[in-house]
Design a protein around this ligand. Structure first.
Ligand code: FAD
Length: 537
């Protein structure tokens, strides 16, 4: 587990300290950008409000000693195509201890009647599972997976660098039949797409639940293309499970920064960015100290905080940032230390990274997402879970197990009750729902830790209102328009040398390592050669 640093922040006369680059927040995206800067020869300081590091990529002993829980992200999917890992640009795997396993079964739907449907890395195994429900749909999956594999290089080319301007992208798409087809998928809802591809409701539900992992209903327009993205990545890479926990990525990034003489400091809350002559010149901490950055400041600034943290910006830039929309749906999680591995009623073959517990009827699931739209609890809980001790026994004492379960809930409860006071009642609902699928739940739990949407935003200012994407994943907050057209390129008009990172930037929430895009831009501005970083790392 990443050591939690409790440092007396008054012990050093920091006002006199000066760095080349300061990063605000030890989020994985900020650490990625900072690690590239350090490898590029810059003197780097990372400042983190919490006593622990990693933002959404953290592993902690949340329950009892010896049980390591990924408090937020556990599935490292989209970062696998990032040259950061694909080419090991910073030596995170070769030098800094990052190791992944890629289980053969990334995701499995378990239906209440005990039937299952797996999404394997091996296409024919997936087809065999789908054929249990519909032979025609197995063929349709071959078509979908072929398409997804065809789109993958284009998708990968767009995820880890700055986005292309949207107007130019659409104009290009409009010039070919393939481009127009792609545009159509991008505008469709997942539900509409899945109904046009598959005939069986269970198969549709299986893929629709994947769309739901973005905190959106499958009925939401402009979510259709996500199915191609997910299938393309899962077949090409699977889901990476870091040995030792999600926080091992954070640890490796910190080790990389430290190996170049950089520093990562906890319990330091940054109140504002210091701006001099229209340029980011450092930061001011909550306890009033100034830390200077000669070249650049990298910051995980939620768009709603931009105006409070950066003085002198165009009021319209600030207003637009404050107007960005947060999802109505929040996340609640339960992390449990278990006496023994879970016993699924469906059978021992339920060994997937992500296990979705689903109703027998697709419309029941769709209606649950509808409930959330009206800020009600879902009629049928939308529980997903991972028990990663299945693949990494280092996370619990021998013979025991961990469980990470999640569900979607409104941030503001329709019953008016406070999450702090009523959270455990909801956890009981989740656990008792799980008993419909699993033989050993309640009597198996040694201890649990739960984060409501309110807890979630306390652990990271990014997870506002429990939105794990920082701001909603909608078309109008997408690509170069994420979070706003002004801020979509990781820079801030009116404040040079300030580089934005976090889930509210392109390509959105998730473990992407997208801080690389901010680093590329920063290297350009500083006249550094990004291509040479790999050689120095
Ligand atoms: C419950 C949950 C489950 C998830 N599961 C997955 C998953 O399985 N796979 C996946 O890909 N994604 C998942 N995600 C999403 C993913 O974790 C996040 O989208 C992503 O990690 C957020 O970006 P980040 O790592 O850059 O961290 P952020 O959360 O953006 O980190 C921000 C950090 O900066 C610090 N900070 C902010 N402001 C200041 C300041 N002023 N001063 C000092 N420090 C500051 C914060 O304390 C925090 O540590 C999940 C998220 C949640 C909440």
């Amino acid at each position: 587990m990443r050591r939690e640093r409790s440092r007396d922040t008054t012990d050093a006369p920091m006002t006199t300290q000066s760095y080349d680059v300061i990063a605000v927040g030890s989020c994985h995206n900020g650490l990625v950008a900072a690690a590239y800067a350090a490898a590029g020869g810059k003197k780097v300081l990372v400042l983190e409000r919490n006593a622990w590091f990693g933002g959404g990529v953290v592993t902690r002993e949340l329950t009892v000693p010896g049980f390591r829980h990924d408090q937020h992200s556990m599935a490292h999917i989209f970062i696998q195509g990032n040259p950061l890992l694909k080419n090991d640009e910073l030596g995170l795997k070769a030098k800094h201890g990052l190791t992944y396993v890629f289980p053969e079964l990334p995701m499995m739907s378990v239906f209440e009647d005990g039937s299952t449907l797996g999404l394997y890395r091996d296409r024919e195994r997936t087809c065999a599972d789908i054929a249990k429900f519909s032979v025609r749909d197995a063929d349709a999956y071959r078509w979908l997976a072929d398409k997804a594999a065809g789109y993958l290089p284009m998708i990968e080319a767009s995820l880890y660098t700055q986005p292309t301007p949207l107007g130019a992208t659409y104009a290009l798409m409009d010039q070919s039949r393939e481009g127009r087809e792609l545009w159509r998928y991008m505008q469709m809802s997942s539900h509409d797409l899945l109904c046009s591809v598959f005939e069986h409701d269970r198969v549709r539900m299986h893929f629709a639940r994947v769309a739901g992992e973005n905190l959106v209903s499958p009925d939401e327009k402009a979510t259709g293309f996500g199915t191609f993205v997910f299938v393309g990545f899962l077949e090409a890479y699977g889901i990476g499970v870091p040995i030792g926990g999600s926080g091992k990525l954070t640890d490796a990034l910190i080790a990389s920064i430290e190996s170049h003489g950089g520093e990562v400091r906890g319990e330091t809350d940054v109140e504002r960015i210091l701006v001099k002559n229209g340029r980011a010149a450092g930061v001011v901490t909550k306890d009033g100290r100034e830390l200077l950055a000669k070249d650049a400041v990298i910051a995980a600034l939620h768009p709603h905080d931009l105006g409070k943290m950066v003085d002198g910006l165009d009021p319209q830039v600030v207003r637009d940032a404050e107007a960005t929309q947060i999802s109505d749906v929040g996340c609640i999680t339960v992390h449990a230390a278990l006496k023994a591995p879970l016993k699924f009623r469906a059978g021992d073959h339920v060994r997937a990274v992500m296990i979705e517990l689903l109703p027998n009827d697709y419309d029941t699931m769709r209606k649950s997402f509808d409930n959330l739209r009206y800020r009600e609890f879902s009629g049928y809980p939308l529980v997903g879970l991972g028990s990663l001790t299945m693949f990494d026994s280092s996370r619990a004492p021998a013979g025991q197990a961990t469980m990470h379960a999640w569900d979607y809930v409104p941030y503001e409860r329709a019953d008016g009750r406070d999450w702090d006071e009523a959270k455990h009642r909801y956890v009981k609902r989740m656990l008792s729902h799980m008993e419909n699928f699993i033989d050993n739940v309640a009597d198996n739990v040694i201890a649990y830790h739960s984060d409501s949407p309110v807890d979630m935003e306390r652990t990271s200012s990014s997870f506002r209102r429990g939105d794990l994407h920082g701001i909603a994943a909608t078309t109008y907050q997408y690509g170069a328009h994420r979070p706003t057209p002004d801020l979509g390129f990781n820079v801030v008009p009116g404040c040079e040398r300030l580089y934005l990172v976090g889930p509210f930037q392109h390509p959105g929430g998730g473990v992407f390592g997208a801080g690389r895009a901010a680093a590329v831009r920063m290297f350009d501005d500083l006249g550094l050669d990004f291509e040479k970083v790999g050689a120095r790392a």
